[in-house]
Every structure is written in structure tokens, then in C-alpha cells.
Design a binder for this molecule. Structure first.
Ligand code: NAD
Length: 330
């Protein structure tokens, strides 16, 4: 059972006028929390469907109508999608108001709740509008994970695999060893992400590594009009970017195969159809890491060891080899 009183006390300690914005899956708990913090409640469409300009406007109009000003605080209750939307809305409302994040999915607990990135999607690409706006407070309760579907557990697992691939080979073996819904594993992922974000908060160097699997993953999400779970798309993205690292001669065949094995074991989900390569590459050219339309990606030298390109953590792609990597995966 989630502890409403403890969360309410911590939110009250910020001394703001609060508004609670929750994912539709959390409606019952959200009503209890809204009552405890005496805040109006706004329920969002479930998951990725809320990360739109239209939903941002719905929140803003709700806040204006209820007289919220600069002393306000938006509380996000839900997965990474609601967290990204509410954080972004908080960053622009009255030029920026406080934001509290209560992550309720594995993916949001191990990754999205940390680092301050906020965003919404557009039909042109994933997370194309956003800001860096860290939460004033992040409140976590592992009990939220009890109601997650196998798909959402796999989605979270993919970001955990990403942390292992870019930073800690032993962690990958731990992930393959049993239940993923453990506080120590969540803490390990957060420690890896925090270590990287601290070195490079503005994503100019090392932080680009956290995008491993995302050049392709985000393109897959846009290709399927955001109907695919982010984590699952990133799983496919990591397979492609590992295949690319292998074809380039940076990553051994054994390690490439171990990565594919780990991703298939922890996420057995498939895509609705095989993506058409040219259309997929079109989305990659619009990715935020692309420069002047040239696709860029990070890569691996070994499990736990990213490839560094003369001091850079992301490099232009050889499109012919990228196509080969895509064909190896799909
Ligand atoms: N800001 C960042 O640094 C960052 C990092 C990684 C991912 N993201 C973003 O996070 C989003 C994905 O987040 P997500 O994987 O958490 O998924 P999500 O927020 O889209 O939610 C996925 C599904 O889980 C449901 N759900 C949420 N909590 C639940 C619970 N406790 N029990 C049962 N169902 C629940 C939702 O209703 C939805 O159907 C993507 O948009 C991605 O871009 C952001």
C-alpha cells in the first residue's frame, strides 16, 4: 500500500500551491493524494498519448482558469510520459514553476525521473520540444511497480540494459539473473545515470552515451506514430546500434551476440511490422543529435565500454553500414 501521508508531508514542505497531474492508470491513488494535499487533480490520457502540444495546452488552460501563479507547483504522478509532459509544462508556465515527480513505472524510476530532461513529441519526431528543468523533489515508492504489465517491466528493463552496456558489464549479468523489480537494481541504474549526468549536465559530452539505442529507438517510435512502448523501441535500437558497432569492427561477435541474447531474454516483444528503412532513416536525420541532416549515434567497444571518437561520445554514421545493421536486426 502506497504511503499517501508521507508523500503529502514532503509536498507540503515545499510550501507551494499544488496541482496534481496523473496518468489515467493511477486515478484511484491520485484521488487519495489530491485529497491529502488539497490540490486539484487533472487526469491525462495513459502513457505516451499525453506527450503532445494539445495536452500541454489542456494543463496550461486548467492552471490559468484556477488562478495558478508563479508560486505554484505541478506534481506529476505516472511514468516517464507524464513526467516529461508535466516537467516541460512547469518549465514554461509563468516562465518556470516548481515541479515534483512521482515516477510509477520501472522505466521512470530507473531513468526518466533523473537528469532534468523534459519533452513532448511532434509528428516530426520524438521529444522535439522540451527543456532541462529538474524536479524540485522526486518521490518514489516501489509498490507502484506491482501493477505493471510484463510489457512495461520489459520497457524498464531495456533502460537498465542500456546502463549496463554503457557503464558496467557485471550489471548486465545481474539483470539476467532474476527479478528486476528490486530496489538495489533501481539504485544501481540511478547511480550510473547520475554519475554520467554530473560529469556533463548539458549533454555536450559523456551524457550523449545515455542516448545509446535512442537514435534508432526514437525513429522507431516516430515511425509507428508513438504506439510502441519507448523502452521496447530502445531495445530494438540497442540491437541495431550494437550490430553497427560490430560491423564497424569495434565490438566483438561474441559480445554483440550476448547483447542480442540479453535484449531478447528481457524483452521478447516484437514490432507490428518490419520498418521501411528509408522512412526510418528520415526520422533519424531529424533526431536531435543529427547535425546538418547527418545521422549521429553513440557506439560500443565492449559491454560496459562505450566507443570514444577522439574525445567525442557520438559520431556521424556510415549510412551504408547502418543499413546493414538495420537489415541484420529486422
Ligand atoms: N526525461 C528523461 O530523461 C526520460 C528518460 C527515459 C525515457 N523518457 C520518456 O519516458 C517515456 C516512457 O515512460 P514509461 O516507460 O514510464 O511509460 P509511460 O509513462 O508511457 O507509461 C506506460 C504505461 O504504463 C501505465 N502505467 C504507469 N504507471 C503504472 C502503474 N504503476 N501500474 C500500471 N500501469 C502503469 C501507463 O498508463 C501507460 O499505459 C517516453 O516518452 C520516454 O521518451 C524520458
Amino acid at each position: 500500500m502506497m504511503n499517501v501521508t508521507n508523500f503529502a508531508d514532503q509536498i507540503a514542505s515545499l510550501g507551494k500551491k499544488n496541482c496534481l497531474i496523473a496518468d489515467g492508470a493511477l486515478e484511484v491513488y491520485a484521488k487519495e493524494l489530491a485529497l491529502a494535499i488539497k490540490a486539484p487533480l487533472l487526469i491525462m490520457p495513459r502513457g505516451e498519448a499525453c506527450k503532445t502540444r494539445a495536452q500541454k495546452e489542456v494543463i496550461e488552460d486548467f492552471l490559468f482558469a484556477k488562478g495558478f501563479g508563479r508560486d505554484s507547483c505541478l506534481i506529476a504522478l505516472g511514468g516517464g510520459s507524464v513526467g516529461d509532459l508535466v516537467g516541460f509544462t512547469a518549465s514554461t508556465y509563468c516562465r518556470g514553476i516548481a515541479f515534483v515527480n512521482i515516477p510509477t513505472t520501472l522505466l521512470a524510476m530507473v531513468d526518466a525521473c533523473l537528469g532534468g530532461k523534459t519533452a513532448i513529441n511532434t509528428p516530426y519526431g520524438k521529444n522535439m520540444l522540451g527543456s532541462l528543468w529538474p524536479a524540485a523533489l522526486t518521490l518514489m515508492d516501489i509498490n507502484f511497480l506491482k501493477t505493471l504489465s510484463p510489457l512495461e517491466i520489459s520497457a524498464g528493463a531495456m533502460e537498465m540494459v542500456k546502463h549496463a552496456l554503457i557503464a558496467d558489464a557485471e550489471y548486465l549479468e545481474e539483470l539476467l539473473g532474476g527479478s528486476l523489480l528490486r530496489l538495489d537494481l533501481i539504485q544501481k541504474s540511478l547511480a550510473i545515470k547520475e554519475g554520467i549526468c554530473k560529469k556533463d549536465p548539458l549533454e555536450e559530452k559523456e551524457r550523449l552515451l545515455l542516448n545509446f539505442g535512442h537514435t534508432v529507438g526514437h525513429a522507431i517510435e516516430a515511425y509507428f506514430s508513438y504506439t510502441i512502448s519507448h523502452g521496447i523501441a530502445v531495445g530494438f535500437g540497442m540491437k541495431v546500434e550494437s550490430a553497427y558497432s560490430h560491423i564497424q569492427g569495434w565490438l566483438s561477435k561474441e559480445e554483440y551476440e550476448r547483447i542480442v541474447y540479453a535484449i531478447d531474454l528481457l524483452s521478447g516483444f516484437s514490432l507490428p511490422s518490419i520498418p521501411e528503412l528509408n522512412k526510418l532513416k528520415g526520422f533519424m536525420r531529424l533526431d536531435k543529435k543529427a547535425l546538418q541532416g547527418v545521422i549521429r549515434t553513440s557506439a560500443l567497444e565492449a559491454i560496459g565500454k562505450p566507443k570514444v571518437f577522439g574525445g567525442a561520445f557520438c559520431a556521424p554514421c556510415n549510412e551504408r553500414l547502418l543499413e546493414e545493421a538495420l537489415s541484420m536486426t529486422f
